[in-house]
Design a protein around this ligand. Structure first.
Ligand SMILES: NC(=O)c1ccc[n+]([C@@H]2O[C@H](COP(=O)([O-])OP(=O)(O)OC[C@H]3O[C@@H](n4cnc5c(N)ncnc54)[C@H](OP(=O)(O)O)[C@@H]3O)[C@@H](O)[C@H]2O)c1
Length: 237
């Protein structure tokens, strides 16, 4: 599908990668961009139509789909990380449940709500924002990584189930990006603007998967190694 003249709905569009997606979609000629946000007043980019949406509330996802019946590209971007290990964090289970609600059940609810909209508008597409951490894990982000692995499977399953209605599903994997979520991290970080542009180009090229930085490309390549990346460096964070 082409971004020009598409109608895009982005979850978590008020800041970080979601805001970068909104800018990139407008720059690529999208006809309309809806910005989902918990606080619609936080959507300030000119040209973006704010929509109240907490992705953990399926009723709000359904209301958004009813209100935005012209959408042709859904971008499941909203995500949280609680920075929790499995065994060393006192509230690890609560952190994992919260992360699952946002990172796994959220995109699932959005997909359920918007699938009929996408079908009615000719198929269209969906981007699911995953992570390099779909394929590896560190103690400092263990519960988050588990949710991004689950979301990878969700994205693959949605691709299977939406193929019949002509909806293409693109999974986006990236390592650290320069947003609030990774503000604590040192070292190289991908530019969210560049990542958003790559993801939209991937949609236009019909790619099932976009690996937006060297970290995600190396991790993916290493999965078939006898010593895969997820089996080493457990102290790294
Ligand atoms: N930053 C990285 O290094 C990195 C790397 C790989 C993948 N990712 C993924 O990239 C995506 C975007 O993250 P980011 O880096 O842009 O993080 P961010 O700067 O922390 O922004 C997160 C966005 O998600 C929204 N959000 C969180 N919970 C929500 C909910 N329940 N309902 C609706 N919106 C919600 C936030 O809205 P509020 O303003 O209301 O909180 C915000 O707009 C996430 O899926 C993240 O997991 C990030």
């Amino acid at each position: 599908m082409q971004i020009k003249d598409s109608v895009v709905f982005i979850t978590g569009a008020n800041r970080g990668l979601g805001l970068a997606f909104a800018k990139a979609a407008l720059a690529a000629g999208a006809r309309k961009v809806y910005g989902g946000a918990r606080d619609p007043k936080s959507i300030t980019l000119p040209g973006v139509t704010p929509v109240a949406l907490d992705v953990t509330q399926p009723a709000q996802a359904e209301a958004a789909a009813r209100a935005c019946g012209d959408v042709t590209l859904l971008i499941n971007n909203a995500g949280i990380s609680r920075g929790s290990s499995f065994l060393g964090s006192p509230d690890a289970v609560a952190a994992a449940r919260a992360e699952l609600e946002t990172n796994f059940f959220g995109p699932w609810a959005l997909a359920q709500a918007f699938a009929p909209v996408l079908a009615a508008n000719g198929g269209g597409g969906m981007i699911n924002v995953l992570s390099a951490l779909s394929w590896t894990t560190f103690p400092s982000v263990a519960t988050y990584s588990a949710t991004k692995s689950a979301a990878w499977s969700l994205s693959n399953g949605l691709r299977n189930e939406l193929a019949a209605q002509g909806t293409q599903v693109t999974s986006l994997h990236v390592g650290y990006m320069d947003t609030d979520m990774a503000a604590h991290a040192e070292g190289d970080k991908a530019s969210p603007d560049d990542v958003a542009r790559q993801a939209l180009a991937g949609v236009e090229a019909g790619q099932p998967e976009v690996l937006a930085d060297e970290v995600s490309r190396q991790l993916k390549q290493g999965l078939s190694s006898p010593t895969p990346p997820y089996a080493g460096s457990p102290q790294a964070a």
